[in-house]
Design a protein around this ligand. Structure first.
Ligand SMILES: [Ca+2]
Length: 148
């Protein structure tokens, strides 16, 4: 009778261990399958921001939401990457097409049109600006800048 009890106990232990190992394996598989979605912050256009000196702070990997109203022709945003990175920037506009984004650093500058993807390299510790601007229209244009 003792042998049977030991045998059952042993079977339970083995089963317990294997169940635990299976749970760990399943958990690991779940972690591998779960996409990592980084939380995204929205940086809103805050006036005054019509010059580099008054640029709103921004962090790459997040999003900008703003409006160029009647007499507002420039919204500047400023950021300093904490490491060398490559990001794609895309301007999206609603309510007008006379809008561009001018992305500039010490060594280069690029102009992006609505819908166009600008993939750029940013250097750690350097200061960069995004100037979202319109040329002539008085219409209010809402825009977003996505960075990914
Ligand atoms: Ca402005």
């Amino acid at each position: 009778m003792k042998k049977v009890i030991y045998a059952l106990l042993g079977a339970t232990l083995v089963t317990g261990i294997s169940t635990s190992a299976f749970a760990e394996e399943a958990n690991k598989n779940l972690q591998e399958l779960t996409p990592v979605v980084k939380p995204m912050a929205t940086f809103y256009d805050r006036e005054p921001n019509n010059t580099e000196a008054t640029a709103n702070p921004f962090i790459l990997g997040h999003e900008i939401e703003g409006t160029l109203d009647d007499g507002d022709y420039h919204d500047y945003y400023k950021f300093v990457p904490s490491e060398n990175v490559t990001y794609t920037l895309q301007l999206s506009a609603r309510g007008g097409t006379d809008i561009r984004m001018f992305v500039s650093g010490n060594e280069w500058s690029f102009t992006g049109w609505p819908g166009e993807e600008l993939t750029l390299q940013f250097k750690k510790g350097q200061t960069y600006y995004i100037d979202v601007y319109k040329n002539s229209t008085d219409e209010a244009i809402d825009y977003s800048v996505f960075t990914y």
